[in-house]
Design a binder for this molecule. Structure first.
Ligand code: ATR
Length: 282
């Protein structure tokens, strides 16, 4: 391919995004020439930005905060994953149409199953947080048939409404799944033990901040996974280790794997993620 394929990552803030480096690594594997922009875009400037990008021959866009919900409004076709999540992290042009998809759940499952060798089947899972990040991953988690899924959020009502929105999906999937929602009270959190605890809250983006979880929460936990990526262990990961979690992980692997899936949607090429998984980009 001689012509450069045009990609971009958009959101605000955007300076920290590693998407250009990740996609450049993928493109190098196939000798594909790409141009990857990193643009600060807000919900107010999104429509104009997208229209200009696609008019200019743009192919694919990674969508980050705070555009994940708003970007759905500009797609002709929305995937089931994005519809269930009410959010997308990728949009792209294909066959004269704009498609929206959510590859976050795919990225998480791939990282858990293939990289960390953790199966979700019949496992007890706790998800902390009920925002867009939780919405993006829960449908994919349900597909793996856990025995229990509990959503705990600081604002209890948001956990309940997330559970309600996903109720149809749950009934459709598995009859004997225990599916609960609640707040962050010790009573609710400690009324069970968990094989896997996933932090989907935005707390790790604020350096040094803690959710204030009870230490006993992590006893018996096989893996505590933070969706946020960080070179140092996040506060959540540190607390999980101190509370007895057997293993912790940040979300670097998920970021790389969701990027690989986005790259596949844009180019029909499946990149090898092993080099990036070994060595996070500073
Ligand atoms: P995202 O799309 O990244 O999920 P969001 O929709 O703003 O972003 O959601 C952020 C999540 O982090 C919410 O679940 C939020 O809890 P509330 O619904 O109560 O706001 C959670 N969160 C953020 N800071 C937190 C903190 N210090 N302790 C506990 N939860 C926190």
């Amino acid at each position: 391919m001689d012509k450069k394929l045009k990609f971009a990552v958009i959101g605000k803030p955007i300076g920290h995004s590693k998407s250009p480096e990740i996609h450049q690594d993928f493109a190098n594997q196939f000798d594909v020439k790409i141009e990857f922009r990193k643009d600060e875009v807000t919900p107010e400037t999104l429509e104009t930005w997208l229209s200009d990008f696609f008019k200019d021959g743009g192919k694919g866009v990674s969508i980050t905060l705070p555009l994940k919900e708003a970007a759905l409004n500009y797609a002709d076709e929305i995937s089931d994953q994005a519809r269930l999540a009410s959010a997308c992290n990728v949009i792209y042009a294909k066959d004269e149409k704009i498609f929206a998809d959510c590859t976050d759940g795919f990225g998480l499952i791939k990282d858990l199953e293939e990289n960390l060798k953790v199966s979700l089947e019949d496992k007890k899972i706790l998800i902390l947080g009920a925002g867009g990040a939780a919405r993006g991953i829960i449908p994919s988690i349900l597909e793996r048939n856990p025995s229990k899924l509990k959503i705990a959020n600081r604002t209890e009502s948001k956990a309940f409404s997330l559970k309600k929105d996903l109720g149809i999906e749950v009934n459709f999937r598995k009859k004997n799944l225990t599916f609960e929602a609640g707040g962050l009270s010790d009573d609710f959190l400690l009324s069970g033990s968990y094989d896997l605890i996933i932090n989907s809250t935005s707390v790790s983006t604020k350096a040094g901040e803690s959710i204030g979880l009870p230490k006993a929460l992590f006893s018996g936990t096989k893996l505590a996974y933070d969706l946020f990526y960080s070179v140092e262990n996040t506060v959540f990961m540190q607390e999980a280790l101190a509370g007895g979690a057997q293993k912790v992980s940040d979300g670097w692997g998920m970021l790389v794997e969701q990027g690989a899936e986005s790259f596949r949607l844009w180019t029909n090429l499946i990149p090898d993620t092993s080099r990036l998984l070994e060595k996070p980009i500073d």
